[in-house]
Design a protein around this ligand. Structure first.
Ligand SMILES: [Fe+2]
Length: 329
């Protein structure tokens, strides 16, 4: 590894994994400098950083009680509901190569409802998505890279995107936003969420590498348990491997943008951005949230996919849910 005085550690291609089953993980221009983290109340500064780079780090978003509660939830459900975590006898395809996931904990655990609009991060989420009335819930899950998991197979990628992102003006609000909360400390030896700042404006990582030039960085984000990272799903990112021994626990929540939004697109007379499409074709919202008595909560949980529509039409029939690939009962 070549040291550099520009805050970048260069990993030559030949020193990276020669195993085709293990991800090459980007161009190997790893930042040695951690970006600033913002207090949850520093809305203006945190928003400005996000607007420039497509992600932002908020510190101390979860307190000790919440961290204990969520870690205990993970311990308990791994013990009592191993199939939901992919720990049962039949490992499911979506559990391979990315550690453990409990995909839809909200279905059966209303004790998690208060976390769906967490007081520490939600004000910034709302600012980024264009206002509280535009924020929609998409997905909520817990993940764990167990200890001694070895090298991973995740390379840089973006999540869901809308094609107009490369041309629309203004760019923000983005279409989806993901919040990753670290539930365990993430230091230099742990798997780390890793971003390429500013890459959300590019169609490919190679385009970002060619155009950003010396500004191109792969930035592993480290921090104590309770750290929250918000990122635009169009941003290139990965889970950068640690030493292969240390583990990591995270809570992931995705938000979408609702409503119709006037915008502009070159060559188009009148352009209006539609509400973001649904993020997945399988994610379900339980009756208590989808049909909540409060219209504001119903609006928040209103981005239904066709599986959800069928489940609602069935009267939330458990058999319909059980037929779904992640409908663990
Ligand atoms: Fe991703």
């Amino acid at each position: 590894m070549a040291p550099s005085n520009t805050g970048v550690r260069l990993i030559p291609q030949e020193n990276r994994s020669g195993d085709p089953a293990i991800a090459a993980q980007g161009f190997g221009r790893i930042s040695e400098i951690q970006p600033p983290s913002f207090a949850p109340g520093a809305l203006d500064a945190a928003y400005d950083w996000f607007a420039r780079y497509g992600y932002v780090v908020l510190r101390a978003c979860l307190d000790k009680r919440e961290l204990a509660e969520l870690n205990a939830f993970m311990d308990r459900t791994q013990r009592e509901r191993p199939d939901a975590w992919g720990l049962g006898e039949r490992r499911r395809p979506h559990h391979r190569n990315q550690g453990l996931i409990f995909s839809q904990p909200l279905l059966d655990h209303p004790e998690l409802d208060p976390y769906t609009r967490h007081a520490a991060s939600f004000p910034l989420v709302a600012r980024i998505l264009g206002g509280v009335e535009r924020v929609r819930f998409s997905e909520f899950n817990f993940r764990e890279t167990p200890e001694h998991a070895g090298a991973g197979t995740m390379n840089f990628h973006h999540d869901a995107v809308v094609a107009d992102r490369l041309l629309r003006d203004p760019y923000l609000p983005c279409d989806w936003l993901c919040a990753i909360h670290y539930l365990t400390d993430v230091d230099a030896d742990c798997p780390a969420f890793c971003v390429v700042p500013g890459s959300n404006r590019f169609a490919t990582l190679a385009d970002a590498f060619a155009t950003l030039g010396d500004d191109y960085r792969e930035v592993p984000l480290r921090g104590p348990a309770g750290t929250c990272i918000l990122y635009d799903t169009a941003l290139f990112h990965t889970r950068l491997d640690g030493d292969g021994r240390r583990g990591r626990r995270t809570w992931h929540q995705y938000y979408a943008r609702g409503g119709w939004l006037p915008s502009s697109l070159p060559g188009t007379k009148r352009y209006v951005r539609a509400p973001s499409p649904v993020l997945t074709d399988w994610n379900l919202f339980p009756e208590r949230l989808a049909l909540h008595a409060d219209p504001a909560v119903r609006l928040y949980f209103s981005h239904w996919n066709t599986a959800q529509c069928e489940w609602v039409a069935s009267g939330f029939d458990p058999a319909v849910r059980a037929a779904m690939p992640r409908g663990y009962q």
